[in-house]
Write a protein that binds this ligand. Structure first.
Ligand code: FMN
Length: 308
């Protein structure tokens, strides 16, 4: 997830049970022009393995070149984004706009597959809008073009992130292709993960926003799928400890100044649901130093005394 799933976030998700992580999407054009910031998005560390990086773009030859450059960062696969609904991306014909140009989408996959010796996977949506619901046809074309796996977010571009996910379209894609299919959308509890597996037959489940301020969701899901156990909710103290661990990592990788700025949204996600959360949300937005974070933790604890 762009601006969310950075190195620190991925390490937290891995530590708390994620089987596989993917980097924030990076522009193929940025790669082409050797943009330094874009290259930072592609950095991969062995601790994060198994890990893939994600590229977006709309020109097969530039995407192929970007894959070659991305391969140097040693990801274990390269994912192509065909689901991003952001206007800036869509107007260039990239991201979810590719749902409307399936032949170009297939040409991109073929060019990337030919360019590197790594699995090329693709993330798609249900379709572009109500008049263009084509995840099944597109998935078949992408498989034919050489894609190794497909993630389906069960909403159209027009639906952005809100209406309930269409589970049936994920099931239909799974039935139509023989490569692995990853189900995505609204998986925020272990029960919903199980439902995604059972109702769609998908091979893996992808969790996005359900991991906000809750990276241990992956071990909760894992345990539930393994033996039906719903792990007890973490205490406020445990949650705050994990938040501190996360923010320390962000600061370690990005420096305190930038790190704390980027930690504000994470802090707000961690304190969500705690007593006084509305008040603390504002305090999160004003965090300026690690010391402020420690003070926030002190105040949240004072407002949320430990239960015997
Ligand atoms: C802030 C934000 C950033 C995202 N960035 C990406 C991205 O870079 N690449 C991608 O494939 N999907 C991205 N997504 C979409 C998510 O991966 C996921 O498909 C979507 O949020 C639905 O899953 P969820 O309900 O589990 O969050 C992003 C979503 C959000 C909310």
């Amino acid at each position: 997830m762009a601006s969310v799933a950075d190195h620190a976030y991925r390490l937290m998700c891995k530590k708390y049970g994620a089987a596989l992580v993917v980097g924030e999407m990076a522009s193929s054009k940025g790669m082409f022009y050797s943009d330094r910031k874009t290259a930072e998005l592609l950095a991969v560390t062995e601790e994060e393995y198994p890990m893939g990086v994600q590229l977006f773009g709309s020109e097969p030859d530039i995407m192929a070149l970007a894959c070659k450059k991305a391969a140097k960062f040693q990801p274990q696969f390269i994912d192509i984004n065909m689901g991003c609904p952001v206007q800036k991306v869509v107007t260039t014909g990239s991201g979810s706009a590719l749902m409307k140009t399936p032949q170009l989408a297939a040409d991109i996959v073929k060019a990337c597959v030919d360019a590197v010796d790594l699995p090329i996977t693709v993330k798609i949506r249900k379709g572009f809008d109500d008049t263009c619901i084509n995840a099944v046809e597109l998935a078949c074309m992408l498989e034919e073009a050489g894609a190794s796996a497909i993630t389906v977010h069960g909403r159209t571009k027009r639906q952005m992130y809100n209406p309930p996910v269409d589970i049936d379209i994920i099931k239909a894609v799974k039935q139509a292709v023989s490569i692995p299919v990853i189900g995505n959308g609204d998986v925020a509890t272990p029960q919903l993960a199980k439902e995604m597996y059972e109702k769609t037959g998908c091979d893996l489940v992808m969790v996005g926003r359900g991991s906000y301020g809750h990276p241990w969701i992956f071990e909760e899901i894992d345990r539930y799928l393994t033996d039906g156990t719903l792990l007890p909710s973490k205490s406020i103290d445990e949650r705050l400890e994990i938040m501190l661990e996360h923010i320390s990592l962000i600061c370690q990788f990005k420096g305190e100044r930038q790190g704390i700025r980027e930690s504000r949204k994470h802090a707000a996600w961690y304190v969500k649901g705690m007593h006084g959360a509305a008040k603390f949300r504002n305090a999160c937005g004003a965090l300026d130093s690690y010391q402020d974070v420690l003070e926030l933790v002190r105040q949240v604890k004072a407002c949320n005394p430990a239960q015997e």
